[in-house]
Design a protein around this ligand. Structure first.
Ligand code: FMN
Length: 301
């Protein structure tokens, strides 16, 4: 089923999550080919973009086929968030500007960014308001709080500030990225808003996808870890023929090559993710030892 974020029509209800060192350009293209209707970039550091940090700009790399794309930013200072968003809009094509309000990593929390902002609704409102006149629909990705009333308050703040959709991860900060999903909390947040809600957390396949839609009445579903090394999960959910992990890996390397995506350490980690499982242990070990792209390619000969 189609759904819309602002005026952006999406072909289905399947969304790839922003994942640090996972949701890169070649990986997003693979997920799209398997049916993902919307993809998000991994979180990009606003301050680093402003400092013109090369590897952070590399994370914002995109091409025409990488459509529709949500670019996710993290940061805490309003001026930097505004400036980074302006620079991104000036230099890159993308469709949605997403605010990270869920990252539980200490490094991000210590900057007052990610999930730390959930304690500061007025700051969230100021950041979203500062993005509103830039001409892109704004989205935000939150985690639930132990008390659902706090989450509803945050969700309403985000809507009032002008966001066009909300992504709700049904786990608390303490749960990080594992543990039970609170469908009731997602449902109550959805019910309290007029904007679309993307339900998120713990979806492994078609049964989980259907359950999320049924239990929360959300508008779409976001897939995270189930896609790592396994972009075929989108085709599986859609009931279509899915690509195997090894074939996906070969395609990933082809795409890295043709897109000149050569952040070696990053590509190496991605490759290892496609090779999860005992049967690939030997190959994975050889890859771990590769010191450059040439040595990495040698492992597959
Ligand atoms: C390796 C990894 C990197 C992640 N990076 C980000 C990120 O950059 N931005 C973000 O909002 N969430 C990030 N997350 C959280 C995921 O987007 C997602 O919310 C989480 O994995 C729960 O979804 P799941 O249960 O489908 O895996 C990351 C998760 C993992 C496992």
């Amino acid at each position: 089923m189609q759904f819309k974020i602002g005026s952006l029509a999406l072909k289905n209800q399947l969304v790839l999550a922003p994942m640090y060192r996972i949701s890169d350009l070649p990986f997003r293209l693979l997920c799209r080919a398997q049916g993902a209707g919307l993809c998000f970039s991994e979180m990009i550091n606003c301050e680093a973009l402003i400092r013109n940090n090369k590897s952070n700009w590399c994370l914002a790399e995109t091409i025409a086929e990488d459509f529709p794309l949500g670019m996710q930013l993290f940061g805490a200072r309003i001026e930097s968030m505004r400036k980074a968003a302006e620079l991104l809009i000036e230099k890159k094509r993308f469709e949605l500007l997403d605010l990270n309000l869920g990252c539980p990593s200490h490094n991000v929390l210590n900057q007052g960014a990610g999930a730390a902002l959930l304690k500061r609704p007025e700051r969230i409102s100021e950041i979203i308001s500062s993005w509103k006149d830039l001409g892109k629909p704004v989205t935000a990705k939150i985690r639930i709080a132990p008390n659902v009333l706090h989450s509803i308050k945050i969700a309403k703040t985000i809507e009032r500030a002008g966001a066009s959709a909300l992504i709700v991860h049904g786990r608390t900060i303490q749960q990080e990225n594992s543990g039970k999903i609170d469908f009731v909390a997602i449902k109550r947040i959805k019910k309290s808003l007029g904007i679309p809600v993307i339900g998120h957390g713990g979806i492994r396949g078609n049964a989980g996808f259907e359950l999320m839609l049924e239990k929360t009445k959300c508008d779409a579903v976001m897939i995270g870890t189930a896609a790592i090394g396994n972009p075929g999960v989108f085709a599986e959910i859609l009931g279509e023929k899915q690509i195997g992990r090894k074939e996906a890996l070969a395609k990933y390397l082809e795409l890295c090559n043709s897109l000149n995506f050569t952040l070696f350490g990053h590509v190496k980690q991605q490759v290892l993710r496609f090779l999860a499982g005992k049967e690939n242990r030997e190959l994975a070990l050889r890859i771990t030892k590769a010191k450059n792209l040439a040595e990495l390619k040698e492992c597959f000969k």
